[in-house]
Design a protein around this ligand. Structure first.
Ligand code: PLP
Length: 470
């Protein structure tokens, strides 16, 4: 399997090379030349596979390197009952008849990002060992990505993590998760500023090619292709868990920020999983809901990006969206270059009334948005009727999912975090604190370790430079 860029001006590359790089050299995103298609018979055979075996079957279709034995070993190390708290890895809970929640948040940081990030940690370590290279991962986080990356990379040979986070802006639980890590290869940079300041610093430093090369810099942001591929697996698993035979259709509802999770759903659908609808849910930051309703994609400024009670969905533009638009455009890189030139100059493009937008129905997407009061109501209602507790992100997904629920079509809502991560919200919703998984009960009282810095590029560079290369 070879990889191409959505902008059409990058050489073909194999899997193990593209997963270590971010954007393609032409500024596009990597995608496989074609999607592997799984026939109905094969799908039926996969139905009974345990998670690890299913993950191997799916990921192998996208990764011709590492070789099969190595890939299997990486996957077997990743998807364990020890890391994800049950042998099922992603347990399905039935809420009401044929409405289900797929539990993707039982990994070490209690958010679905662990599903892919744990795999990435083991994959990177393997690739670096084979090539003798080392990697300094530089990233910015508003909460979940940073902790997920740190827990995936801690103690890994040849890898160090420098993670910028907005000082005082994350939930106390998220802050404690990151800052309490004491592994020498994890460096937390608490920035006096907001998430966008952190993101800008990372972008500026990575844009300095010679500095990035000489310091072996890389990223694990949401455009990383291996993350998307690892997420495809649980769409298969969720499909099997909610159906009996492989001629049945189901719909998924997906709380969305950077379009990473739902991009994996799009790919699972292209591969042949009988997904009727991909229900995309946003919060008040409704860039993507607006696009799927109207055809207008309009990125927001940071001043127009709201801070909400589902902070991991507070995005102003969706970094993986270009992958879907490439498919929508019939995989024409000229169209993509043109559209993203418009984004760069005008901050928007408008596909309404075009032949291209009229094809959108073929891809199964529908969308909706949810507000703070919707989240509260959804969480309260589910708790009082069923004794189940959801985090505010998953609540966005359930709210919008139910609006699009069709009779006779099972609905699987992807759970993207556990309520324990968002205690203040849960207290507001139901008047009591959420239960905490074993081992996290007193996390806020652990000693914390971080560098407190101004939103200043020189300060970040200094810390990178002062940390000796591994
Ligand atoms: C990252 C995240 C999202 C958004 O996922 P994308 O892949 O960026 O669309 C939603 N909910 C939670 C809890 C997250 O951490």
């Amino acid at each position: 399997m070879r990889y191409i860029s959505t902008r059409g001006n990058a050489p073909f590359r194999p899997f193990s090379e593209i997963v270590l790089s971010g954007l393609a050299p032409d500024g596009g995103l990597y995608l496989p030349e074609t999607y592997p298609v799984i026939g109905e018979q094969e799908l039926e055979q996969w139905r009974r596979l345990p998670y690890r075996e299913l993950a191997f079957q799916v990921i192998r279709r996208f990764a011709s390197d590492p070789d099969e034995a190595d890939l299997r070993a990486i996957i077997d190390r990743t998807y364990t009952a020890r890391t994800y708290r049950s042998e099922e890895i992603v347990p399905l809970t039935t809420v009401d008849g044929d409405v289900h929640i797929l539990g993707l948040s039982n990994g070490p940081t209690l958010a679905f990002k662990d599903m892919a990030m744990q795999f990435l940690g083991n994959l990177f370590e393997h690739i670096l060992e084979r090539t003798g290279r080392t990697l300094n991962l530089l990233g910015a986080t508003s909460g979940d990505t940073g902790s997920s990356a740190e827990y995936a990379m801690r103690g890994k040979r040849g890898i160090r993590v420098f993670m910028l986070s907005p000082y005082g802006k994350m939930s106390p639980f998220q802050t404690a998760q990151m800052y309490s890590l004491t592994d020498p290869n994890i460096v937390n940079l608490a920035v006096r500023g907001v998430f966008d300041d952190c993101q800008d610093l990372v972008k500026k430093i990575l844009a300095d090619g010679s500095f990035a090369r000489s310091h072996g810099l890389g990223t694990v942001n949401s455009i990383n292709w291996a993350r998307v591929v690892a997420q495809v697996v649980y769409y298969f698993k969720g499909y099997f868990a909610a159906t009996r035979t492989s001629d049945q259709e189901i719909s998924f509802s997906v709380p969305t920020g950077n379009f990473g999770n739902v991009c994996a759903g799009h790919i699972a659908r292209q591969m042949g999983v009988p997904i009727r609808k991909l229900i995309l849910a946003t919060n008040e930051n409704d860039v993507l809901d607006e696009f799927f309703r109207t055809g207008v994609y309009r990125v927001r400024s940071s001043a127009d990006t709201y801070q909400t009670s589902s902070p991991s969905m507070d995005i102003s533009k969706a970094s993986n969206f270009e992958r879907f638009v490439f498919d929508l455009a019939g995989r024409d890189p000229v169209t993509i270059r043109d559209l993203w030139t418009r984004i760069d100059s005008l901050g928007r493009f408008d596909l309404s009334g075009t032949e291209m937008f009229s094809r959108i129905g073929q891809f199964g997407f529908v969308s909706g948005a949810s507000t703070h009061s919707d989240r509260l109501r959804t969480v309260r209602d589910l708790y009082h009727r069923h004794g189940l507790l959801l985090d505010p992100h998953t609540a966005n997904g359930l709210k919008v999912g139910l609006e699009h629920k069709e009779k006779g079509i099972p609905l699987v809502c992807l759970e993207t975090a556990l309520p324990a991560k968002f205690e203040a919200f849960i207290v507001e919703a139901i008047g009591r604190r959420p239960p905490r998984p074993t081992g996290t009960e007193t996390i806020e009282s652990l000693p914390q370790r971080f560098h407190l810095i101004d939103a200043d590029e020189a300060a970040v560079r200094r810390i990178l430079e002062e940390s000796p290369l591994l």
